[in-house]
Design a protein around this ligand. Structure first.
Ligand SMILES: C[S@@+](CC[C@H](N)C(=O)[O-])C[C@H]1O[C@@H](n2cnc3c(N)ncnc32)[C@H](O)[C@@H]1O
Length: 203
């Protein structure tokens, strides 16, 4: 299995990859997110998008009216791709792009001084989980500290067990099970999971 938790893996991959969607396309994800986006004031909503890679999700969010978005990836080539994609789509760059490790969000002053109404990751926790549950827990703890009152984390994963971590500071709910494509009708049902993570009260 590739080293999905290693930056070197993503650096090598993004040298040639300019656009790729893990698990589900943004056109599938946006209708799920919409129930949460519609509760947020477009101008004020502070959104954190972790591990955006070469996805176009952030341009869908901006099209929907949100541009106070901080897109984070630890691979600088993703930052380059993201800025380029936004400029090509809108003619300017309004969103923020930060090179940072999602398992050490506290170390990033641009993030640790902010409070987010919505944190989104699509398969970033999956990549991080290759370093073990402690790495996912570190990501979760950083998100927990960064959330505004009433803020939530929405995460898409291939795993039905992604957040079965005893010390996780979130209440976890599956809000959508997205069926994967079958090569044959007789293939087993396989799903991707969209999680809603609500912070447990801070100790
Ligand atoms: C499986 S890809 C998902 C990319 C994108 N969200 C999508 O759905 O297509 C995982 C992404 O997370 C990034 N990543 C992995 N570990 C990270 C970490 N510790 N901190 C920040 N980004 C990380 C990788 O560089 C990659 O862009």
């Amino acid at each position: 299995m590739p080293d999905f938790d290693k930056q070197s893996y993503w650096h090598q991959r993004f040298e040639s990859e300019t656009a790729f969607e893990w698990l589900i396309p943004s056109t599938t994800f946006m209708p799920i997110l919409d129930a949460f986006l519609e509760k947020l004031p477009e101008s004020d909503a502070n959104i954190l998008h972790l591990g955006f890679g070469t996805s176009d999700l952030q341009t869908h969010l901006r099209t929907r009216g949100f541009d106070n978005i901080t897109n984070v990836d630890y691979e600088p080539l993703a930052i380059e791709r993201g800025r380029h994609l936004e400029k090509a789509a809108f003619g300017d760059v309004k969103m923020r792009y930060i090179t940072a490790d999602a398992t050490h969000l506290d170390a990033v002053s641009d993030i640790s001084f902010q409070k987010y109404h919505l944190v989104i990751d699509k398969s970033t926790a999956d990549a991080i989980s290759c370093a073990g549950d402690d790495a996912v827990l570190a990501m979760a703890q950083g998100i927990h500290r960064s959330l505004a009152d009433g803020g939530v984390w929405i995460s898409v994963s291939y795993s039905a067990f992604r957040y079965d971590i005893p010390q996780l500071p979130f209440d976890v709910e599956v809000i959508s099970k997205i069926p994967t494509a079958k090569a044959r009708a007789t293939d087993p049902d396989i799903y991707h999971y969209c999680y809603l993570l609500r912070p447990k009260p801070k100790a």
